[in-house]
Design a binder for this molecule. Structure first.
Ligand code: AHM
Ligand code: MG
Length: 356
């Protein structure tokens, strides 16, 4: 075994080293409780947060899966259902459920969501002082819901910087992605899968609807070093910079397949399993990139790096090292199999008109 292989394996303690035999059902709850023992000073807060997110994911999953039935089931055109609740768009619903689940337990002290302008402070529950903040995109790719295409929830957890005796501050949220203590996504696809990392490898849990539990299905996920697919909105080709157009031409010359779902979570999930590269460079409409650094780029970059991949912006900076200057800041991104990101980097170094 090469030394690099040994090193990669030593960074993946989960599943095998936390005493979970490969041939039995392991639920998400059992897994996160056992994994807590990996952390010397664990207080249970992080475990509680992951559990809250798992519960919210099940609730959101239930609604996403019946989205197409809503009209058939007779919800009034007035926008109210039979119990008088206002029928809401699913992304608003997902946002509310996540906030509710996190507020009920009080395991985090504050939340930031792609759907909210400002941070939301969480009142202490039973005078508990929480040390964590949570950020999320409640329903990424939600423009796909109407046409039955997969969507996802993306989340990131950080330790707060401010003192736990006072309210959380904006500075707690403006930390570079390298400071994330956990990150993950839930993909509501042909099946529903929750994939997360606490910085010790990546594991995926598929929802078994018959028992209502997320069960460990993808142990120690490792991204292939190279891939045969590239993922970019090629409709914007003429609006991309020269280096990006050259790289896309190169992908085509190499006969790489183009796969672009329009739901970043789905594209990243495929890349984690089969390899490939996802690109969202600057366009005329979004000169700084479209995707949000805190809710989309950072958590997915942590996951991809933990699985052995790479994530950079088009100025060749590692995504996880970017210091955000505001809550909803956007970033360009190139993320995926390490050899493909390196190849793109070479194109940028060679053809970019701007100093790198
Ligand atoms: P959203 O958070 O408003 O759903 O936007 C993010 C989504 C990503 O999931 C996806 O990769 C991208 O926007 C698609 O954008 P485009 O249609 O410009 O290619
Ligand atoms: Mg989004």
């Amino acid at each position: 075994m090469s030394s690099s292989t040994k090193k990669a394996q030593s960074n993946q303690p989960h599943a095998a080293t936390i005493g979970l035999a490969a041939n039995r059902i392991v639920t998400l709850d059992e897994f996160i409780i056992r994994a807590e023992k990996d952390f010397e000073y664990a207080t249970g807060e992080l475990t509680g947060l992951l559990r809250d997110i798992g519960v919210a994911a099940k609730i959101i999953n239930r609604e996403v899966n019946k989205a197409g039935l809503v009209n058939i089931l007779g919800v009034a055109d007035s926008g109210e259902n039979e119990s008088g609740d206002t029928q809401q768009k699913l992304d608003v619903y997902a946002n509310e459920k996540l906030i509710e689940c996190l507020q009920n337990s009080g395991e985090c002290c504050a939340i930031a969501s792609e759907e909210n302008t400002d941070i939301i402070n969480v009142p202490a529950v039973n005078s508990k002082k929480s040390h964590y903040i949570v950020m999320f995109d409640p329903l990424d790719g939600s423009s796909n819901i109407d046409v039955n295409v997969s969507v996802g929830t993306i989340f990131a957890i950080y330790r707060r910087k401010s003192d736990a005796s006072g309210p959380a501050t904006l500075e707690d949220f403006l930390q570079e992605g390298a400071k994330q203590v956990a990150a993950g996504y839930v993909l509501y696809g042909t099946s529903t899968i929750l994939v997360y990392t606490t910085g010790r490898g990546v594991n995926g849990f598929t929802l078994d609807p018959s028992i209502g539990e997320f069960c460990l299905s993808h142990r120690n996920m490792r991204i292939p070093v190279n891939g045969q697919f590239y993922s970019v909105n090629q409709g914007y080709y003429s609006k991309f910079d020269l280096e990006m157009r050259r790289y896309i031409d190169h992908c085509s010359d190499q006969n790489y397949g183009l796969r672009y779902i329009g739901s970043m979570v789905s594209d990243i999930h495929r890349i984690l399993i089969h390899g490939g590269i996802f690109l969202y460079p600057s366009t005329r409409k979004y000169p700084k990139g479209k995707l949000r650094l805190l809710y989309e780029c950072n958590p997915l970059s942590m996951l991809v790096e933990q699985a052995g991949g790479k994530a950079i912006n088009t100025q060749l900076k590692r995504i996880l090292d970017i210091v955000p200057n505001e809550l909803h800041v956007r970033s360009t991104i190139a993320i995926g199999s390490p050899a493909m990101v390196d190849e793109l980097q070479a194109f940028i170094e060679r053809y970019s008109a701007l100093p790198i």
